[in-house]
Structures are given as C-alpha cells and as structure tokens.
Write a protein that binds this ligand. Structure first.
Ligand code: ADP
Ligand code: MG
Length: 560
C-alpha cells in the first residue's frame, strides 16, 4: 500500500467508480437521510396519515407503520439506507417506535447542518450528541414508572397506545384485550416473554372485531369421516407420525417419506395388523387422532364408531404445533404407546369460517381449534378483516402491540406518551448544556431542540398549531408536570398517565440510541467512494428518492 488516501483522485480507483469528499459528501448524505425521515413524518401519532405504496409489479401496501413503509420504499441511496436501518434496529429491539426513531434521526441531522454552518467541527458535534444521548438515557430512566406485570388494565393501555392511529384502531379495545391475553399466555415462569409461541391465522371477510385469540392451536384439518364428532370436551390427543393403511396402496408414499421411522409404512402390512393398530389407538383413550399419512376408509369407520375425531395427512409443522400446544409426544411407533404420550385439550371444535376470495366469492374454510390446552406452548390469533390489506395492517398493529406489552412486562418500566418524554428531555438537556464545555455545548443544545420534533409533529399531524402546543407543553413541564403530553384529539395538554397513553421505556431509550448512532455515523463520513454511478435512478429516470427527495447524489462528477 504505497498510495495514501488524500484529496487527490486515487489512481487505484477504476474509471467507473465515483467519489465525493468533504462537505460535498456530507451534504449529500445529510439531505438524502433527512428526506427519508421527512417521508414518514406525516404518519406519526394517533392522527398520522397512512401511505399507499405501489411497487413495480403493481402490488399495493397501505400502512402507517414506519419500518414497513421504509422497507417497502425503493430506497437506493447509501446514506438513506442508514436511516432505514434505524427503523429496522428499532423494530428488532423493541418492535414499536420506528417512525419516532427515524423522525428523530432526521431532526438530529437537521441540527447537524445548522451546526456545520455555524462552523462547529463534526467531531465536536459527534461528541456533543453522545453526551446528550447519554444524559437522555438518565432522564428517561428517571421519569419511568414501574408497573406490575400482572396489572392487566395497565398492559391494555400500553397495547392500545401502540395500536392508536393504525388501521385497526376501530377495534382497539378488543385487540388490546386479545394482545394482553396472548402475551400473558406466552410469558414464561422467569418473566420473559416468548412471542414465537404466538401464531396468527388470517381469514379474509368479517369484521376486525370478529377476530379472536385462542390459548391453544389451530389445525388446518377436518375429521376424515362424516360421523366423527366435530366438537369434543376434555379430549386426549394422539399425534401419530405414520399412516393407517396398507402400504402398497399408498402410491405416493415415496414422496412422503421424511424420517426413518416412517419406513415402517413401506413394510408391507396386512389388514389384521392395521386392525390391531386401530385397536391400540382406541384403547389408549385418545379422543383425537392426528396422523401424518392416510387413514384407510374401513378404519375411518372404526374410529368414528369409537367416537374418535381423526384427522389425516397433517404436515410436520402442524403435528409439531399441536404437540407443543397439547403437551403430546409425537408417536412414531404405536406398539410402544403409553399414556404420557397423549396430549390434552379442554375443548376441540371444528369450525367453518366464511371467507371471501379475491373474486369476492364466498367460500367456507374448515379449521379445527384446540383450546384450553395442557402444553401451553402455543397461542393463536384468528384474525378477520374485510380485505387482505386490512388484515395485513391489522397483523402489523398486533405485532407492534405484542412487542410493547412484552417489553413492558420484561422491563417493568413505562413512560407516558404524547410527547411527554421528549419535552422532558428537551428541558433537561437545555439545563445540562450549560455545564458542557466548548463547542459541544452547542451540539447538546441542538439535540435538545431536535427531540421536540416528536411533540411538534404530533401536534401538526393532528391539525393543531405546533407552536402553541410546544409553548403550552414547555410551560407545564417547566412547572414539574413530567407526564403531561398532547392529547391528540383536542391538542390540549393532559396528563398522559391519567389518559392511559403509556409506552415501554425501551421504545424511547432505543429510539434515542439508534437515532444518535445513525446521525453520528453519517456525520463522520467525509468521503464517499462508490464502485459505479453514485447518482440514484440513473439519467433515464425522473424518479428521485422518497417523498420527492433530492434524487441521490447528482453532481458527483465534479468531485473527482
Ligand atoms: P411509532 O412508529 O414511532 O410508534 P406511531 O405512529 O405509533 O409511531 O406514533 C407514536 C407516537 O404517538 C408516540 O409518541 C405516542 O406517545 C403517541 N401517541 C399514541 N397514542 C396517543 C394518544 N392517544 N395521544 C397522544 N399521543 C399518542
Ligand atoms: Mg407505534
């Protein structure tokens, strides 16, 4: 490596690569990143608007969810991508607050531009922002309220806050109730929540309010014989990984073979052996039988006579799910069947659900619902909504809501919403700035200014005067009313905890952390070297960045 990186064009770069340095690079990055933040700003809060995204294939997504929006937008600017990552990190770490995190990142970058104009060195800004962010974490911790993980009413409020403003809001109390039930079902003894236990099945048609939560599992099967029961109480569940038929008749057995235990099916059986297998099932006390393979007609009749609800050809994942839910062992050899292998469900019911296809022709889907189960390793949502789009947005709202409730249970700490924590931060950080030496002080002040973007945007999106709202909010926080925020509907300042608008502490701490990181990272970059054309979209396309943003990095050539 003989060549030093410097302001001279690098001889080592190929002709196609492009480079921007110093202020040019920074300016390009800042404006692209800010444009992304600007694009999601109008969706923030309970009265935020939705966005409709149409991809090149004509697929439509309607959403209010920050991370979904940004992931669906066709963003191909490296700096803009870093802002999208803020949303993704927020989604992974907390599952809510994605719009807030991105809007905050955008505003921090706006602050950066001002500071640079005033001659503050990027390093001082990075350091000032870091100090402000660290202090912000303290302030947030301090204002957090401890909650009791068993306090259902409180948990419901947290769930509702996350749903507010989403398409599913009409049924928010009902959804919040379901979500709290689901999270409680998925809470382990040690207090952690395993959201992976929660399954969701959607059925187009009906109303959102018809959606249900079942502490159990759904199996997409029906009893094989018409005289079998379609509803059972106190049911023992047997899950068998084989078939009940003569194997040479099983023409597609070859395609079905998954594990060595199923080899058994290949061994030629005679009828008497099958009869004794069925007798074993009956004698075991099983009320429900779920098999991997087929069940011969004659044997279906025998099982029906014994009052057994038998379902066949259940795929591996379905058998695994039902085993976890009911506490059953998956049996591959009926000869060694023991009582412990059976699972239990207090209620089993075959349901017929009216659905509408794309053509809006009504159809009926059958599914069997196992509830009041013994294994407890499964919980299920049955979601209804008029159209696919409604269901998609409902699923996203439920996901956000599940995430916040579980974060609140795990951490046991919440903060008021409606811009309260951000206003509290702004006030504290302004004080804190007085004690900060040097140019960093200006950066801390800029940070304090930037966090106010949340209450300001909440007011704007609700159609209220943002300046009045901020003045009122500042005054009341100045007077020590920590949990005052903006009532989205009236624009009035109210106590958010009394109003029941609360969010997990983690939503806020994570947003501050990732927004600060992204802003600092972008700020440290003084050189962009791209292997190829840096201008997004190319010459032949008008389409710029998101929200009519400056379409990428035009003018790069001059820097080379
Ligand atoms: P995010 O993706 O950041 O969660 P949202 O659109 O869900 O974006 O908006 C979250 C913001 O809306 C938070 O600041 C939250 O406190 C606020 N909010 C939610 N419900 C209310 C309400 N009823 N009144 C005032 N603010 C609310
Ligand atoms: Mg939210």
């Amino acid at each position: 490596m003989s060549q030093q990186m410097g302001s001279q064009p690098l001889g080592v770069l190929s002709d196609e690569s492009q480079r921007a340095s110093g202020e040019d690079a920074r300016e390009m990055n800042l404006s692209a990143a800010k444009a992304v933040a600007e694009a999601v700003r109008t969706t923030l809060g309970p009265l935020g608007m939705d966005k409709m995204l149409v991809d090149s294939m004509g697929e439509v997504v309607v959403t209010n969810d920050g991370v979904t929006l940004l992931s669906e937008m066709d963003i191909d600017h490296p700096a803009a991508d870093m802002v999208v990552e803020v949303a993704q990190t927020q989604e992974e770490e907390v599952g809510d607050g994605t719009t807030s995190a991105v809007v905050l990142a955008g505003e921090l970058l706006g602050g950066v531009e001002d500071l640079l104009d005033r001659g503050v060195h990027p390093t001082s800004i990075v350091q000032g922002y870091a100090q402000a962010a660290a202090e912000a974490q303290n302030v947030l911790e301090e204002m957090a309220i401890d909650i009791d993980a068993d306090d259902r009413e409180y948990l419901k409020r947290i769930a509702e806050t996350a749903i507010t403003g989403k398409g599913a809001e009409q049924a928010k109390e009902h959804i919040a109730e379901m979500v709290v039930n689901a999270v409680q079902a998925a809470t382990r003894e040690d207090g952690t929540v395993d959201l992976d236990l929660i399954n969701t099945t959607t059925f187009t048609g009906g109303r959102i309010a018809d959606s249900r939560f079942v502490d159990g599992a759904l199996v997409d099967r029906s009893p094989v014989h018409e005289s079998m029961p379609t509803e059972l109480e106190d049911a023992n569940v047997l899950i068998y990984g084989g078939a009940l038929e003569l194997s040479e008749l099983n023409t597609d057995a070859e395609a079905n073979i998954h594990d060595p235990s199923q080899l058994e099916d290949f061994i030629k059986r005679d009828e008497s052996e099958l009869d004794s297998m069925v007798q074993t099932v009956i004698d075991s006390g099983a009320d429900v039988l779920l098999t991997d393979g087929a069940i011969e007609d004659r044997l279906q009749g025998k099982l029906a006579e014994a009052g057994i609800m038998a379902m066949r050809r259940a795929p591996d994942d379905e058998r695994a799910l039902l085993a976890r839910a009911t506490g059953a062992n998956r049996v591959s050899d009926l000869d060694n069947l023991s009582e412990e292998d059976l699972g239990y469900a207090g209620h089993v019911k075959q349901e017929k659900i009216r659905v509408y296809g794309g053509s809006r022709n009504a159809a009926t889907e059958r599914t069997t619902v196992f509830s009041d189960v013994a294994g407890g390793e499964s919980a299920s949502f049955i979601l209804r909504g008029g159209t696919e789009h409604v269901l998609d947005e409902l699923e996203r709202a439920i996901e956000d809501s599940l995430n916040v409730v579980s974060a609140a249970i795990e951490d046991g700490k919440v903060v008021p919403g409606g811009g309260a924590p951000e206003m509290e931060l702004a006030l504290h950080l302004r004080d804190f700035a007085d004690g900060v030496e040097g140019r960093e002080q200006l950066a801390v002040e800029a940070f304090a200014e930037a966090v106010e973007v949340i209450p300001r945007t909440l007011a704007e999106n609700a159609g209220h005067d943002p300046i009045d709202a901020l003045v009122d909010l500042r005054a009341t926080h100045d007077a020590g009313n920590t949990s005052d925020g903006l009532d989205a509907n009236t624009g009035e300042v109210v106590d958010m905890t009394e109003d029941g608008v609360v969010e997990p502490l983690r939503v806020k701490t994570q947003a501050v952390e990732s927004a600060t990181e992204a802003a600092s990272m972008l700020l440290r970059i003084d050189d962009i070297i791209a292997a190829g054309d840096l201008s997004t979209g190319g010459d032949d396309e008008e389409e710029g960045g998101p929200g009519g943003a400056p379409g990428g990095m035009g003018g790069m050539g001059g820097a080379m």
